[in-house]
Design a protein around this ligand. Structure first.
Ligand code: DGJ
Length: 727
């Protein structure tokens, strides 16, 4: 059903002082509203983004001049001196653009509305459509643009953001993530002061190592978990991005978000359009926790995170256990032992392929996706049979976007790797790794065929870990024309999406994990094709608490792969108790990454019990609402979080000791998100020698939330997991 804008004007136009030309357009969700002013022939300006004030309240905004009045998609030429979202060099060399509104349409869609606001340059046949797609079920509004060139000759886009959102100055704070290999998703919180804060990535093909395109803006003071107005903004783009938070020396601050235009000028041919990636917006007055829950709910919608509504199997991944030393015997042994512990899926990591260049280390074989029969005489079929015989599902590792200079693929098709003319190649991992040229449709076909053949020939593969261990560092494509080389960053992402879309269509049931040499591929852009992310190659339980906390700001728990590994930890050398490692991994998607036969009998016993317990709490942990209680970033000795099922009948509480000193002050923790009137039976999971006093008791939700509980974490690396079930 289409609701044209004049209907909206009719609904909202009650203001005497509202200019006759005003054309307020509102995009609402149950608890939020975004209002723009889109007068025909005039400029598009943001009036308001925040709590839904109802039709009457929203109608008063322009009337009372309570108006942010900020240009929503400022183009260079429209604005002089200020920050812009769009910069275009027109076909006659004119570097300015003046966009005026030519139409507004709004239609209802399942779970929300789609609003399009059409703009046209005052002189040139050059168009920008701004879109808003609202989702009632998660209080999220996506915005993006379609930029169209109908001039007779090409135009060049030197800036092409997805959108902007403005807010009043005050004591606004920014929450964002950064990190690097083995130290991903660090949460940073800082006041948004004068000047401009820029968050960006230039890695080319993955943006989880470094700054992330996900931010929260707490509008009134230091970020809080459970109160205060907060805007959440996520750019769904897997390549170079830029987010600018500009304080333009007055009372309003603005977030500009989009593809990073640096070294990425984009030439639009006549008759062609460029769609910018969605900027996902949400607002909550329940603090950062409210924004996270909105985003998690959105991520779980159909078409967003792959299998977003479903829980994940408990798996054992072979990597930290055996690295490249793959063999049928070792796999058989790990599978049998994991099955005895109650495991559900075995994933064979790197090292299983290559004939002429066997994949015995990171320096060769990528691209040669034939099984290495010297290691696996029974082939993949043999492994799948072995897994199934032991009651396990089977998953496999691939890295299809990469190759090594030492590979049969590169011998046959040296032009299929990205490469810069007249320059020596930059090699990645192993001193030989290169990125394939996914701008090239032939390379796209090759990757699709490889994955399709692997999955079609082996229908017993239920899970694929798709890795990506090299950045886009060779700036050149033999496929793109010489005067279109600056399209590489955009065309690579388009090529990748094309590949992933085709594979998803053919193999919708296979669960895919996105890995990027650890957490390099943690990105909303990957969600439609991947159901989970490898958080980090660093599986040290203590450091993982910080990374998982950071990631949980934006990503739901069933997307966070968390594995119990051996000690001393392979990254940090730290030794933590087995229970601590399990308790930390069990707060997301639980897995193991070790050789089970190397566990002591006591550890095997504990692992078996913990895996069994996890099956009972999995649904609540993986699909429940997250409430973060005590942040590890606050510097205290304890951190805590909990999940509550949507019907509030079940909850799981986690608390971990972060540091240990004699006579330290330990916190009393108030639970959140429970039903105050329900009575919950408390049961400790993975209990150590001294069970928690609440174990076996029945307690009212109100008491747990108002009086709180003492997690009783008295020793180094102590941890508690408590399950609450309505009686
Ligand atoms: C990097 C990944 O992050 C690891 O988990 C593992 O899959 C290796 N690559 C394999 O080469």
């Amino acid at each position: 059903m289409k609701l044209y804008t004049y209907i909206l004007v009719g609904m909202l136009c009650c203001a005497e002082v509202m200019s006759a030309a005003d054309n307020p357009v509102t995009i609402t969700t149950p608890t939020t509203a975004l209002m723009v002013n889109a007068p025909e022939g005039g400029d598009l300006r943001l009036v308001y983004y925040g709590k839904n004030l109802g039709a009457d309240g929203l109608g008063q905004l322009l009337e009372t001049r309570n108006n942010l009045n900020r240009s929503l998609y400022p183009a260079f030429g429209d604005v002089t001196g200020g920050e812009t979202a769009l910069r275009v060099i027109h076909s006659d060399g004119n570097p300015t653009t003046e966009l005026k509104i030519s139409g507004v349409e709004q239609e209802s869609l399942p779970d929300g509305t789609l609003t399009s606001i059409n703009m046209q340059d005052r002189h040139y046949p050059f168009y920008v459509d701004v879109y808003y797609r609202s989702y009632d079920s998660s209080d999220v509004i996506e915005t993006w643009t379609k930029i169209t060139n109908n001039e007779k000759k090409p135009v060049t886009l030197t800036q092409y953001d997805s959108g902007t959102i403005s807010f009043y100055r005050g004591d606004a704070w920014l929450t964002h993530l950064n990190g690097s290999w083995a130290a991903e998703c660090n949460m940073v919180e800082e006041p948004l002061d004068w000047g401009m804060k820029v968050i960006k990535n230039k890695g080319g093909n993955r943006n989880g190592h470094g700054d992330h395109p996900e931010v929260m803006i707490s509008l009134s003071g230091k970020p809080r978990e459970d109160y205060g107005e907060v805007i959440g903004a996520v750019l769904s783009w897997g390549g170079n991005f830029k987010m600018r938070l500009d304080s333009d020396n007055n009372s309003v601050q603005t977030l500009f978000a989009g593809i990073n235009e640096e070294a990425g000028e984009y030439v639009l041919e006549p008759g062609k359009s460029l769609m910018t990636p969605p900027l996902i917006l949400t607002f909550s007055d329940e603090g950062k926790g409210g924004v996270s829950r909105n985003l998690h709910r959105y991520a779980r919608l159909d078409g967003k995170l792959q299998k977003g509504n479903e829980t994940r199997p408990i798996l054992l991944n072979s990597w930290e256990g055996i690295r490249f030393d793959v063999s049928q015997e070792k796999m058989d042994e790990m599978m049998a032992d994991f099955s005895a512990l109650g495991g559900e899926m075995f994933v064979m990591d790197d090292g299983w392929f290559g004939e002429k260049y066997p994949r015995n280390n990171g320096s060769q074989g990528l691209g040669d996706w034939m099984i290495d029969r010297r290691k696996l005489p029974g082939g993949i079929a043999g492994l799948i049979k072995s897994a199934h015989d032991k009651g396990l599902k089977f998953g496999i590792w691939i890295e299809p976007e990469s190759t090594n200079s030492r590979s049969e693929l590169m011998e046959k098709h040296p032009d299929w790797a990205l490469q810069t003319k007249n320059r020596n190649p930059h090699y990645g991992r192993g001193g030989t790794q290169l990125l394939l040229d996914l701008c090239n449709p032939k390379v796209q076909d090759m990757v699709v065929n490889m994955v399709d053949t692997l999955l079609s020939n082996n229908p017993g593969i239920d899970y694929v870990k798709w890795d990506m261990n090299v950045a886009l560092s060779n700036y050149g494509s033999t496929y793109l024309k010489s005067d279109r080389q600056t399209h590489i960053y955009v065309e690579y992402q388009k090529g990748l999406n094309n590949v992933l879309e085709r594979i998803k269509k053919k193999h919708p049931d296979v669960l895919f994990q996105a890995c990027g040499g650890g957490g390099g591929r943690v990105s909303y852009a990957m969600m439609p094709y991947f159901g989970e992310f490898w958080v980090s190659d660093n599986t040290d339980a203590l450091q993982r608490i910080f990374m998982q906390w950071g990631m949980s700001q934006f990503y739901p728990s069933n997307s966070m792969a968390q594995h119990v590994s051996e000690v001393p930890n392979q990254c940090t050398g730290r030794v933590t108790p087995f229970k601590y490692r399990f308790d930390v991994a069990m707060s997301g998607r639980l897995g193991l990454e070790l050789i089970p036969s190397e566990l002591t009998d006591e550890e095997k016993d504990m692992a078996k019990k913990a895996i069994g317990e996890y099956k009972g709490i999995r649904e609540t942990v993986q699909t429940g609402d997250l409430y973060r209680l005590l942040s590890p970033y606050d510097g205290g000795p304890v951190t805590s979080l909990m999940y509550v099922s949507p019907d509030k009948r079940k909850a799981v509480f986690f608390a971990y000791k972060l540091q240990h000193f004699n006579n330290e002050i330990l916190p009393h923790i108030k639970l959140t998100g429970l039903d105050p009137n329900k009575v919950y039976h408390v049961r400790e999971i993975n209990a150590g020698n001294r069970k928690h006093e609440l174990d076996g008791k029945n307690v009212k939700g109100d008491v747990l939330m108002k009086a709180g509980l003492d997690p009783r974490l008295y020793s180094e690396y102590a941890s508690r997991v408590l399950e609450f079930t309505e009686i």
